[in-house]
Design a protein around this ligand. Sequence first.
Ligand code: C2O
Ligand code: CU
Length: 589
Amino acid sequence: MRSSNISMISTILSMSPLNVLVRCLFLIFCCLTTSALAAKTRHFRWDVGNILWSPDCVENLVMGINGQFPGPTIRARSGDTIVVHLHNKLHTEGLVIHWHGIRQLGTPWADGTASISQCVIKPNENFVYRFKVDKAGTYFYHGHYGMQRSAGLYGSLIVDVAEGEKEPFHYDGEFNLLLSDWWHQSVHEQEVGLSSNPFRWIGEPQSVLINGRGQYNCSLAAHFSNSTSKLCKIKGDAQCSPHVLRVLPNKTYRLRIASTTSLNSLNLAIVNHKMVLVEADGNYIDPVAVENVDIYSGESYSVLITTDQNPSMNYWVSLSVRGRKPNTPPGLTILNYHSNAPFKLPISPPSKSPLWNNYTHSKIFTNKILALESKTSKPPTRFNRRIYLLNTQTKINGFIKWSINNISLVLPSTPYLGSMKHNLKGAFDQISPPETFSNNYDILKPPVNPNSTYGSSVYVLEYNTTIDIILQNANALASNVSEIHPWHLHGHDFWVLGYGEGKFSEKNDEKKLNLKNPPYRNTAVIFPYGWTALRFVTDNPGVWPFHCHIEPHLHMGMGVIFAEGVNRIKNIPDVAVNCGLTANLTKNT
Ligand code: C2O
Ligand code: CU
């Protein structure tokens, strides 16, 4: 192909202008078809069911895929089509799977959100997810119905650059680290506790997992203290034995780190090894060296490490809890230099992690993440609509909820995608949700009137416009408590224009927004008592949730629904939305 292109170019040089035009068009066509030919359709057949598994050496019921936990890794190239034939083998529960970070351009019914993009897949039924992965990066997938993500329904989704293309950095090998947190209590018990009065909080996790592997009641690091913790089962092929990272000296490795935790914010560190961040949520970032990585639920990063340390030793890789007073030992695995034994214990203890409530550390880290300008589109300089979303902890009839502008999200039984497309007004609340909150709301104090209401209304966004979201954090129900919330948007990436303290003020904060090189991502955090400003373009017809990625918070209502260009959506597969009020409609027309 190459050499014939070259000879064609030399022929072109000696021809008339019209001929040149025709030949050039032909050349462009050839290039387009070759790259299209290189794109593949990749099929996966998955059975989802409960299995007995020991993620942290304690046997539990876990939601697995094809008898495995975590689910199989999907690996594809940019431009490929993924087809997942999903079979629900849970005997008594519906199911959906969401492809976190994949924008679903043109396939909003494949987003895998129960009551939003589709009907749940019933026990013993099938559903086919077919979608394109258009952008290289580190992603994952997870259940998006009830708290099925907390039940263990998740796995990695890695998209490589298209054939013939290169990443803007070099590496010799890579590892894939999917981070999660794990409870011994069943998710059903967790759900019921969260929606009870009196309220029962799920507490801190029993363990944090790396690729579904952790160690309950065993601190590997205890080898360095006189702790009396039980013997750790690190060797052998136990389901909980750590996934050791085997490396050669003097090479560069890419660690793909994604967090699908239910609750915890985490910090990942490797003794003596600096890291260079190069990717966040499937977008290139300006490379920046860090000592350790803060990662919130819903985020992903790629970091490069160089194995330039004394090769006769192994080194701890540790994962510790941030942002909440931890009651969970750090997750650990080993960076194993060739040719040491994989479980040869490292000589130096795991890196000291920043204190859980050292928010200054978190903010410094977060503010270091900026777009790689040559590879990232710039945000529009103006917005068409700006929506302020106040995050509060509230009560409804005595039940504790999370609310956004005083509405706590409850999902309707008919998926929005079908009901909006067919204009079924009875399917969800028809009022427009509030654009902002009261000017005199004191974000530093518990709410004066903590009562809020349930709601299922939708922010209908005009197609192809620029939307700003100002997320505003506040004090929770208890005094002097304000939590971190990582907010995740479906169907889009957004530019993170900035983070700030206190209440956002147009007068003082507008000028601080970064329009030059803001990171482009799908998840962004709000810090305690702070604000975060986001901008995105409504260029993807669909109905998209925007929500806190902490599973219990979403369960307690912490989210909103956006819809854009719904009248442009063609060919929604019947099976996706054929339930609730939409079930009464006949064939798609
Ligand atoms: Cu990974 Cu709606 O979330
Ligand atoms: Cu939250």
